[in-house]
Design a protein around this ligand. Structure first.
Ligand SMILES: Cc1cc2nc3c(=O)[nH]c(=O)nc-3n(C[C@H](O)[C@H](O)[C@H](O)COP(=O)(O)OP(=O)(O)OC[C@H]3O[C@@H](n4cnc5c(N)ncnc54)[C@H](O)[C@@H]3O)c2cc1C
Length: 424
């Protein structure tokens, strides 16, 4: 019987184990933690945004790196198939705003229960508290072939195929500590540069600390590679709309996490960000709106006339930044001063100095180069019988359930492929 070892009991490894066992392999799933799916447990703030209920085009549009590599994986096990599998194993699902799919119970533990049931029903042997140290590879006539998995306790598990699913580097407390990358690098695989992804930003300006805790809804945010580009009206590297949050170190929130997917420190860590605090109003309309406010507050000072425009905590800051005397009567404010105020509200500037680290990053960008992995099977092009799936690959996507879907799809394809060669 074909002996398949799956290394890593996260989303990708659990799915790979189920698929390999269903394909007819004898499967052993190895996990160093005391339970499976520690990361799945904390996903979606404990609710697990298990996938996105979207069409294929939308799925691929949300994949940021190497989307073409995912075609076979997604079409062979897509979001609908995943939802069926989870529901069939006792966890009903619901779809929320933006197609985000969650368990009806809002408990990620119910998704894990369903996966554990599927693993048990498929006859997978699970070895918890087992840490892998290395992969045993044999070379004959120039062809490398996987032979087994060496565990930290000194034992070797022989295998006909090995599926590696050790995850990325983010939230290392869940077990994703880069072991798989180190092992594969030693075996000759290229690992592209890895960075924290879907992660908050550190910001130079101290205003963020002053505004700590303030959430801005319905703002738009543009990120430029440098001020020079901004001046030359070059296209921003990111232009999005949504909600952000000021923190003691800088900025966070869904809009910022999405923006971080396009942060590239290679040309310099500092990036310019412009926040449009009033994206629904174009410059002229905003100017008219301010004029109207000033008209209604004719006898008031500037500082007492803009309360309708902004969250109260931002008002002192905007007043000091726009250069208008806070005690000036609004009917004395010049057109030029008003233009400056409008410009500031539509271009509130911040300077990103870098991202937060892996402890705060939802995903890892970069990883095992997809050029060395067969997209139709997930098998390594360098070592026969070795399959690689999930976040350890150089694949990443936006928030919304897309990253877990990458893990489910690539894991399932790896698992269902291990028996293919036996059939040839
Ligand atoms: C806070 C947070 C929230 C998230 N929320 C969502 C969400 O709602 N929706 C979404 O789509 N994505 C979400 N993600 C991303 C998603 O969780 C990951 O992309 C996905 O879990 C990756 O799965 P994986 O199986 O590839 O890796 P992992 O889940 O990291 O699994 C790897 C496993 O391998 C094990 N392992 C590693 N090395 C060894 C070794 N040497 N020996 C034995 N075992 C080993 C680890 O212990 C771990 O269990 C979130 C991530 C985080 C951090």
């Amino acid at each position: 019987m074909h002996n398949c070892v799956v290394l890593g009991g996260g989303a990708a490894g659990m799915m790979a184990a189920i698929a390999a066992a269903e394909a007819g392999a004898k499967v052993t799933l190895i996990e160093k933690n005391e339970k499976l799916g520690k990361k799945v447990y904390i996903t979606g703030k404990g609710r697990c945004n298990v996938t996105n209920d979207c069409d294929a085009d939308t799925f691929f549009a949300n994949v940021v790196s190497n989307r073409k590599f995912l075609y076979s994986a997604f079409y062979s096990f897509d979001n609908n198939m995943l939802m069926e599998l989870v529901k069939d194993n006792g966890c009903p699902l619901k779809t929320e705003r933006g197609g985000r799919v969650f368990p009806v119970s809002d408990h990620s533990s119910d998704v894990l229960k369903a996966l554990n049931k599927a693993i048990k029903d498929a006859g997978v042997e699970v070895l918890l508290n087992h840490e892998a140290k290395d992969v045993v590879v044999e070379e004959a006539e120039g062809i490398k072939r996987v032979k087994g998995l060496l565990l930290k306790n000194g034992k070797t598990l022989p295998c006909d195929s090995l599926i590696m699913a050790t995850g990325g580097l983010s939230y290392p407390s869940t077990g994703s500590t880069g072991d798989g990358h180190r092992i594969l690098k030693k075996l000759g695989h290229s690992i592209t540069e890895m960075h924290p992804g879907l992660v908050p930003f550190n910001v130079e300006e101290s205003v963020c600390g002053e505004l700590q805790g303030l959430a801005l809804k319905n703002v738009s945010l543009k990120m430029y590679n440098s001020s020079e580009e901004q001046g030359k009206k070059k296209k921003p590297v990111y232009d999005g709309f949504g909600e952000m949050l000021f923190t003691h170190f800088g900025i966070s929130g869904p809009l910022v996490l999405s923006c971080s997917e396009f942060y590239d420190a290679s040309g310099g860590a500092k990036k310019d960000i412009l926040i449009d605090l009033k994206p629904a109003l174009d410059t002229d309309t905003l100017d008219k709106r301010i004029l109207r406010d000033f008209d209604e507050n004719k006898n008031k000072s500037f500082k007492n006339s803009i309360s309708g425009l902004l969250p109260s905590r931002m008002i002192p800051l905007i007043i000091s930044m726009c250069g208008i005397d806070p005690d000036k009567a609004v009917n004395e404010i010049s057109r030029e001063e008003r233009t400056g105020l409008v410009h500031l509200l539509k271009n509130f500037p911040l300077t990103v100095t870098g991202t937060r680290d892996y402890n705060e990053a939802i995903i890892t960008r970069g990883g095992v180069s997809v050029k060395e992995v067969d997209p139709s099977t997930m098998e390594s092009k360098l070592i026969d019988g070795l399959y690689i799936c999930g976040e350890m690959l150089d694949l990443d996507a936006m928030t919304g359930g897309f990253n877990l879907q990458i893990a489910w799809s690539t894991g399932h394809l790896a698992g269902s492929s291990v028996m293919e060669k036996e059939r040839l």
